[in-house]
Each structure stands twice: as C-alpha cells, then as structure tokens.
Design a binder for this molecule. Sequence first.
Ligand code: ADP
Length: 206
Amino acid sequence: MIYILTGGPATGKGTRSEILAKALNIPHISTGEMLREVAKTNESINEMMQKGELISDEIITSLLEERIENPDCKNGFVLDGYPRTYNQAILLDELLAKHDRTITKVMELVVPDELAFKRILERKQCEKCGEMYGIDFPPEVEDVCDKCGGHLSVRTDDTKETLAKRINTYRENAQAILDYYKEKGLLMTVDASHNPETVVEDAKNI
Ligand code: ADP
C-alpha cells in the first residue's frame, strides 16, 4: 500500500496523511518534516525553505530513498509532500521499481485558496515534537502541545509572502504531475475543506 497525498500548501496533507497512516498501520512520510529536521543543521537548506523555494531533486530523493528502505516501510507508507515536480514523479517511479513496488493511489486534496490562507496563517507547530495545531484542531491550552507540553509557535515559513510563493510553485508544477497520474489511472480528487477523517473512507472506496 503506497498512498501519495498531494495538494497545495495547507490543504491538510499532513493531517490527512497522519489519519490514513494510522488507520492502515503504516508510516507517514512527510518530506517537509524530513527537511525541517535537516534544516536545523544545514543553513543553505534552511534559507531556501524560509524563502519557500524547492530543495533540489537530488537531495530530497536521496533522503526519501533512505527513508523508504527502512524496514518499517515494508507494508507500505503514506507519502506527503513528494513528488512536487514532474521530474520527482519520474524519480519516484524509478525508485519504487528498484524495490519492486508500485503506487496504490494518488489523492489530490483541494481547498479554496482563502481557506488555505486562513489555515496556514493560524496554524502552529510544537517546537519539540512537531505536532501541528490549527483552526480545526486547537490545543487544549493556548500555545502548549497536548502531546508533550512543548511550546507551540508559527512555522517560520508560514508568512503571507512565502505562502503566495508556495501556492504559485505548487500550481506551476502540479498540472504535469496530476496529468501523469491521471493517465495511469491512479488519481482521485478529494474535497479537503472539512472532515479530515473521511480520508480513510475515501481510501477504502478505491
Ligand atoms: P507546505 O506543503 O505547507 O508548503 P511542506 O512541509 O510540505 O509544507 O514543505 C515545506 C518546504 O519544504 C517546502 O516549501 C520546500 O521548501 C520543502 N520541500 C518539501 N518537500 C519537498 C520536495 N518534495 N521537493 C523539494 N522541496 C520540498
């Protein structure tokens, strides 16, 4: 089972991927999360992410390869944030073919731009464990993580300027990726405006 969740910034890829991965008992792999870890010790990656720019295909693909070779991925995984370019879609196919694996389904999450802006400008992340909170999932105590008690703060790349850039980058690249998966019969489109739990039903209905 290999599910790919794709969609613009703040369409809820992280939340839905997490729910789906739990229901299927497979790991959730987020390339954004992986890169935020790397960015803590790598200034050039940090700078690119702050500007809302994409990290090179080579770097992100080798990180991904290392991750999916981990034994916890043997029954599959839910991938969020990759592929982000047509080239990455091709690289992913090559990578999976090398391991005799294929994609089960690609779910494209769609929300109106205004909602994405609202979600993104109000969301916060735990500095310690990475848990996300937002308008639909507020923490019990303001700015304190329910899970680990860590402090919640706004992601440093979640600004109006960066978001506009990230939405544009998504749009520039998305169509070619979506067409590619549509042709292969792998694409399904999901209204991600509400009820993240429906992702499990959506996946079951395939
Ligand atoms: P969002 O989808 O809200 O923009 P992510 O957490 O998925 O957030 O990604 C944050 C940043 O990480 C991106 O703006 C980009 O700089 C980098 N990134 C994540 N995934 C990739 C990828 N597959 N290729 C290149 N850069 C990536």
